[in-house]
Design a protein around this ligand. Structure first.
Ligand code: BV8
Length: 224
């Protein structure tokens, strides 16, 4: 059985990582336009760099929860027949043991050099303008996909969706494309679609099965 799992901020909520659209979500603290677009970075790089430095530090003290661990156990059972695609930029899936993982919106842990294009693991706060480990130029930005930028590994994701028997959406409000379109894409190609979310999302098309509740409970129950 081939399974594609798409995760969003909700799977990390119980690890203490704020979601974007719930009451105290990240976007509440900042307007999206102020921090998650190339124009914002152009206009006010210090605010953007400080926003991502703060999120990277917060994630470092978070721990994977039973939902992340259940997906790692599912991979032990399914191997290459499971692909986890995450919209999240935290590293909680990796730390829970998931190996076949696509970070379609990038990762907080890495910097992208706007001078040489090199990607490196962040050591010092980007707001301190460290030099690129490869070219030395002080031109580092977070290696995350901002609004209006092309997400990573779209071809690999779509190839997995084409052959998927089951598509599972976990902890995402289905607001952001192209990820929000995956349920319709998978369903049209014959996959069974499942949503595991705190509350049913207003998805593009209805899921075949919806299990509402906190991810730390509904994901292990579904995997079992
Ligand atoms: C692009 C990284 C060109 C940075 C993020 C149609 C097609 C293609 C593009 C578009 C389109 N329509 C509009 C667009 C443009 C845009 C877009 O989608 N805009 C939206 C606002 C309408 N998309 C883009 O710009 C994308 N790029 O389009 O490139 C292109 C064109 C064609 C084809 C391909 C490409 C780039 C989007 C990426 C933006 N970057 N993140 C960062 O993190 O700072 S998006 C960011 O917000 C996250 O990564 C995440 O994806 C999104 C937040 O969504 P969720 O994860 O769902 O989180 P949210 O808070 O919304 O929901 C949490 C859910 O969890 C809720 O449902 C809640 O109930 C639930 N929950 C809460 N607690 C729990 C829980 N569930 C379980 N247990 C709990 N305890």
């Amino acid at each position: 059985m081939r399974v594609v799992v798409l995760t969003g901020a909700g799977i990390s909520a119980e690890s203490g990582v704020p979601t974007f659209r719930d009451a105290d979500g990240l976007w509440e603290g900042h307007r999206v336009e102020d921090v998650a677009t190339p124009e914002a970075f152009e206009r006010d790089p210090d605010t953007v760099l400080r926003f991502y430095d703060a999120r990277r530090r917060a994630v470092a003290s978070a721990l994977p929860n039973p939902a992340h661990r259940a997906l790692a156990e599912l991979e032990d059972a399914l191997g290459d027949d499971l692909l986890v695609v995450t919209q999240n930029v935290d590293d909680l899936h990796e730390r829970a043991g998931t190996r076949r993982l696509v970070h379609m919106h990038g990762t907080l842990a890495h910097a992208l050099c706007t001078a040489c294009g090199g990607v490196s693991t962040i050591v010092d706060d980007l707001a301190d303008r460290p030099g690129c480990p490869r070219c030395g130029v002080r031109a580092l930005r977070p290696d995350v996909v901002w609004f209006g930028e092309m997400p990573y590994e779209l071809d690999r994701i779509e190839r997995a969706l084409v052959t998927a028997d089951v598509f599972v959406s976990i902890g995402t409000s289905g607001n952001v494309y192209p990820a929000a379109g995956y349920v319709a894409f998978a369903s049209a190609l014959g996959a069974r679609t499942v949503e595991l979310n705190l509350v049913p999302s207003d998805a593009a098309v209805p899921f075949d099965e919806v299990r509402a509740g906190p991810a730390s409970q509904v994901v292990p129950a579904w995997v079992a």
